[in-house]
Ligand binder design. Sequence first.
Ligand SMILES: *Cc1c(COP(=O)(O)O)cnc(C)c1O
Length: 531
Amino acid sequence: MKYFSTRGGSHKLSFEETVLTGLAPNGGLYIPESIPSLPSDWKTKWKSHSFVNLSVAVLSLYISRDEISEADLRLLVQRSYQTFRHPEVTPLIKLGDKRYVLELFHGPTFAFKDVALQLLGNLFEFFLLRRNARKGAGEKPEKLTVVGATSGDTGSAAIYGLRNKANISIFILHPKGRVSPIQEAQMTTVTDANVHNLAVQGTFDDCQDIVKSLFGDADFNATHRLGAVNSINWARILAQTVYYFSSYFHIQAQLPPAVNVEDIEIQYVVPTGNFGDILAGYYAKRMGLPMAKLVVATNANDILARFWNDGKYEKVDSAAGLGGSDGRQATSSSGVKETLSPAMDILVSSNFERLLWYLAYENAGTGEPSRMTSACDTLAGWMSSMKSDGRVEVPVDVLELARRDFLAKRISDEQTLQTILSHFEANPSYIADPHTAVGLAAGQMVASNNATYQIMLSTAHPAKFSEAVSLALRGQPAFNFERDVLPGEFVGLLDKQRNVIGVEKADIDLVKAVIEGFAERDPSSETVAGL
Ligand SMILES: *Cc1c(COP(=O)(O)O)cnc(C)c1O
């Protein structure tokens, strides 16, 4: 399987190149040259697979055997998911009649990003070790310097994915004092020599600007071989397709004996920010996993909900007039609204570009092979309007295509709190984190009375977002945060030794100096055992 950029160009990449490159040089995202279909016997053959075996089966459809052998892939996947606390990795929990949550937060940092980043770290390490093993004596080993900015979740999942990996250094910038105490502790208590936390005096947007400028600095990039772990990396999407399949088999196992999985319809509801998690569901659907329309659940940062409403993809809600529909809500300098579900506070959804490509492709009136080129050209045009005007409006036919596979709902902070409370009071009682609650609320909005079973993706453990959970459940005598929510792993975390470098000003040169200072010191392949 080869990969190409959504914005065109004739160059096709191997899986390895795709994963190591991240973003295409022309600004596009890599997608596979075709979406593989499932083997005809998948329902019987995969039914009893463990999560690891299911991952190997699904990933193998997208990775050529001559790039990674089945045995190596299995080792990489095993290594990635043995860090999870639950034997099923992503268990499916029944909430009530025809309602389930798919818990994706049993990895090391208690958020769903672990599912993808644990694998990504192992893939990076595998590729670098193999490249270096092929080098002659005296040749410099290839190293990767991963740089990222975080407001919380991504940073800790990336650090846990890359800690102690050979030939990789990781530098994560966070705005000093503006990350929740638990998230800050999760990042800064990792003491592996290749992990560097930079606490920058500034905002998240400042951190992100510095990272963008570093990637834009050709010299610096070439010297340090910068790598990105943000959600546009293809390996992250691919890793996330697996739990759609695992939940299909888990729901089958939980259905009453009289109900056949062939006779029901399954609807996935996904709390969405950068459109990575739900895009993985779209791939699963296109591969042939039976499901109803996917439900995009957004918070007040509702660019996607607005798109599905009117076909306009625009940073600022032009229909709402000045100030937007949440005039009273805190808005950062970049225009992002601050909500109770901060991991979904985005202005644009980076992975949405991949879906737009498929829509452009389907809508192209020409035959192969010019149809692919035409889709790339259309998409590149849309993205260039986005860049210059902050908005693009797709033709109505394209909107109809988007509506064939998706529904979208926007959930307010009030609804989020109300949903946490109502699920706590329900029987069985369930304590949801605010991101999961956005999905639960959207699921209730679109629920129908027919044979549809809903699976809401749960993206974080409630202890990670204790402020929203405690706010929703304040005054509930039956609720006790320490007893009901706090995992043992978090106890004492705030008192552990910290590994953090202060950066006294949001200044790119200060950050460069930190990275350069560590460039020669971080451990390389000799010090860490390979596969
Ligand atoms: C990243 C994140 C999301 C959003 O996922 P996308 O793939 O960006 O749509 C939702 N919830 C939590 C807790 C997250 O960390």
